[in-house]
Design a binder for this molecule. Structure first.
Ligand code: F6R
Ligand code: ZN
Length: 194
């Protein structure tokens, strides 16, 4: 049986107390994600394989609802800011919310039909992610980006499609400013390699 409890979330560090699970993604585990593969290999060595992001869960299998935090380091690979892998949910009828606590970033979304959208991530903004929109968060600032996410426990993650074809847009720094640009390597439906 489940019992109610208060979960303390620190909006600056992203700590979750009590937590049920956590993981970290280092730059070496994100090969293929960034455009500039050589810059990524150099950064893995020069920066001692940094943690790009961490995820901390509060998840009870018997409950319909779960939540947790994502803590993203600031940094870039080439011109691209540090980002998450990005995913659709396995269950196409499950959306999510991302409530930013600290830092600044951009949430990049893509519908199944191929429409791209962005939502600014800054403290106080709760981003609504509709069902069946792929989502990737990007730390465009110079501090940690910390956000709380809430979704259905059975939503699941589907990474394959975004990993194989990428997203339609990239978020890069150009002349000291954040710019959203087309992904030259995007493999759309028609051009998918056999
Ligand atoms: C859960 C969710 C977040 C992300 C996390 C890491 O549905 O959207 O908890 O899982 O921000 O991003 P990914 O999973 O894309 O590496
Ligand atoms: Zn998600």
């Amino acid at each position: 049986m489940l019992f109610p409890e208060g979960v303390a979330i620190d909006g600056v560090t992203g700590s979750v107390q009590p937590a049920t699970a956590r993981y970290a993604k280092r730059l070496s585990e994100l090969r293929g994600l960034f455009q500039d593969e050589r810059a990524q290999e150099r950064a893995i060595v020069d920066r001692d394989d940094p943690v790009v992001y961490e995820v901390i869960d509060y998840r009870k299998a018997e409950s319909d609802l779960c939540f947790g935090t994502t803590i993203m380091s600031p940094g870039k690979v080439g011109a691209e800011y540090y980002m998450t892998r990005g995913h659709f949910h396995q269950r196409r009828d499950r959306g999510e919310a991302y409530y930013t606590q600290s830092g600044e970033g951009l949430l990049l979304l893509e519908s199944r039909a191929g429409e791209s959208r962005t939502v600014e991530m800054r403290p106080g903004v709760c981003a609504f992610i509709p069902p069946d929109w792929a989502h990737r968060s990007i730390n465009t600032g110079s501090e940690k980006l910390v956000f709380v996410w809430f979704c259905a426990t059975d939503a699941g993650h589907e990474y394959g499609e975004i990993r194989e074809r990428g997203m339609r847009r990239l978020v890069v720094e150009r002349d000291g400013r954040m710019v959203v640009t087309d992904n030259p390597k995007f493999l759309g439906d028609g051009s998918k390699l056999a």
